[in-house]
Write a protein that binds this ligand. Structure first.
Ligand SMILES: [Zn+2]
Ligand SMILES: [Zn+2]
Ligand SMILES: [Zn+2]
Ligand SMILES: [Zn+2]
Length: 150
């Protein structure tokens, strides 16, 4: 019988929530167990958990996961950009100048020794000009067999 003392009144599981739709001031009792709040006044549906317009088709847990993965994607893009910006050593003989790539072009010219080379495979552009793309390393995306068909 002691337990019954701890039984909470029915109203605990239901609370008053306001409709989040701008302009609608409607307030109604809503069961906490149901994340979907549908306004009786304007029938606007919102999520009481996230305080947003109801995320159609996904549960609150999925919605959370979605936010997390979107965040992770943004982080990955940021670190990819970082890798792209990493400097490389000039392959010019006895040069060793550290070059930072700052634009999208993979044709790099060393500021110090004027050696021109491919950012991706460090092939010398003198050879590329002479022999064509075959002068790139086999693993380079500019190597003829790696180029997309036109
Ligand atoms: Zn409403
Ligand atoms: Zn939600
Ligand atoms: Zn150099
Ligand atoms: Zn290359």
């Amino acid at each position: 019988m002691r337990r019954s003392k701890h039984l909470l009144p029915q109203s605990h599981t239901s609370k008053f929530h306001w409709c989040i739709r701008p302009g609608c001031q409607h307030r109604q009792l809503h069961a906490d167990s149901n994340p979907i709040f549908q306004c009786a006044q304007c029938s606007f549906r919102s999520c009481i958990e996230h305080k947003v317009t109801w995320h159609n088709g996904v549960t609150c847990t999925e919605y959370d996961a979605c936010i997390v993965s979107r965040q992770r994607e943004a982080d990955e893009t940021a670190s990819e950009t970082m890798i792209q910006e990493i400097s490389r050593q000039c392959p010019g003989e006895g040069c060793g100048w550290r070059i930072k790539k700052n634009q999208g072009c993979d044709h790099i010219t060393c500021r110090k020794c004027r050696t021109e080379f491919c950012w991706l495979c460090k092939a010398n552009y003198m050879d590329i000009k002479r022999h064509g793309n075959i002068a790139h390393k086999r693993t380079c995306q500019y190597y003829p067999t790696n180029l997309p068909d036109l």
